[in-house]
Write a protein that binds this ligand. Structure first.
Ligand SMILES: [Zn+2]
Length: 312
């Protein structure tokens, strides 16, 4: 009897240890590493100026007769990327329509495995819906920052109001501003598509290992050599597969706090109303600046200043 009792105690201890282990985060991590439990969520933000075939503003404006075919190309570019992602093991893809009205992608023509965030306004705009449950972020159809050449329809958020936007002294295209939003959630940008200049700009900012798929080469702001359509669609699909396979090698893009935003407008009138907002300083007739400890707050304030400039 005396020999059995210690054995029972050891048995109880082993059962208790097993229960504690099975409920521990470490065990949960081990469970998540099995393929059945793996969730691979990818976020895609889609702009229009960097879509294959698009070379002029008229193709990006809903009232223009040229728009309907351009939105079809936009949907096709996204579908090629989505297809590559699912072939490479993605389990969930969220597509955020990020141009103008944000109602450009033809919902019924989008790959039915993907979810579509459509319409505006959205608090995080081109990055609405991003969160820490995503493992990677892809920019499709993106364009270069204002003042780039040769680059199709280069601008930064608002072609009518913004001359340049700097964060901590670095001039940023939309791809950098948006990559830093993904960075706030620990999500790296893994791939970008657009014209050759935008692809180059993206690698400069986000790192040389970024997967880029150029779909056209700009001659100037309103003309480009569009690469062969069949090849582009294959490149987009294969690029997405490659990006997913390289996933562990990408790092989130982050600025170090505090975050100082500097917005240069085209004229002094556009900067005027922004001076009414507490914390915003005017450092030249057409330049506003502010500093914040919260990047997302800074991004939203920058957008508010641009919105004010646009109605001035
Ligand atoms: Zn756009």
């Amino acid at each position: 009897m005396m020999r059995k009792k210690p054995l029972n105690i050891w048995l109880l201890i082993m059962v208790a240890v097993s229960i504690i282990w099975l409920n521990s985060p470490l065990a949960a991590g081990a469970k998540n590493s099995t393929p059945e439990r793996n969730q691979l969520k990818i976020y895609i933000s889609v702009d229009m100026e960097g879509i294959w075939g698009v070379v002029h503003t008229n193709q990006c404006l809903p009232d223009s007769p040229e728009y309907q075919v351009a939105r079809k190309w936009m949907t096709e570019d996204v579908n090629a990327v989505v297809q590559g992602l699912f072939e490479a093991g993605a389990t969930e893809v969220v597509v955020n329509d990020s141009h103008g009205s944000m109602r450009n992608i033809i919902a019924s023509d989008l790959d039915p495995r993907a979810e579509l965030l459509s319409g505006s306004p959205k608090p995080l705009s081109m990055m609405e819906g991003i969160d820490s449950t995503f493992q990677g972020c892809i920019f499709v159809g993106y364009h270069s920052r204002a003042g780039s050449a040769p680059a199709i329809l280069d601008h930064t958020i608002s072609g009518a109001a913004i001359y340049s936007i700097k964060v901590n002294g670095l001039e940023m295209p939309e791809l950098g501003l948006n990559a830093a939003i993904a960075g706030c959630y620990g999500v790296p940008v893994i791939m970008l598509t657009g014209d050759t200049t935008t692809c180059w700009q993206a690698k400069e900012i986000l790192g040389q290992n970024l997967v880029v798929v150029p779909v056209k080469e700009a001659v100037n702001r309103f003309a480009a050599l569009n690469f062969a359509r069949n090849k582009v669609l294959i490149d987009l699909k294969e690029g997405a597969k490659k990006a997913l396979n390289l996933l562990p090698s990408f790092k989130p893009f982050v600025f170090q706090p505090p975050f100082t935003f500097e917005l240069d407008f085209h004229n002094s009138n556009q900067a005027e109303a922004g001076t009414l907002i507490p914390g915003v300083k005017r450092i030249s007739p057409r330049t506003l600046t502010f500093t914040t400890g919260d990047y997302l707050e800074g991004f939203k304030l920058a957008r508010a200043l641009i919105a004010l400039a646009s109605i001035s």
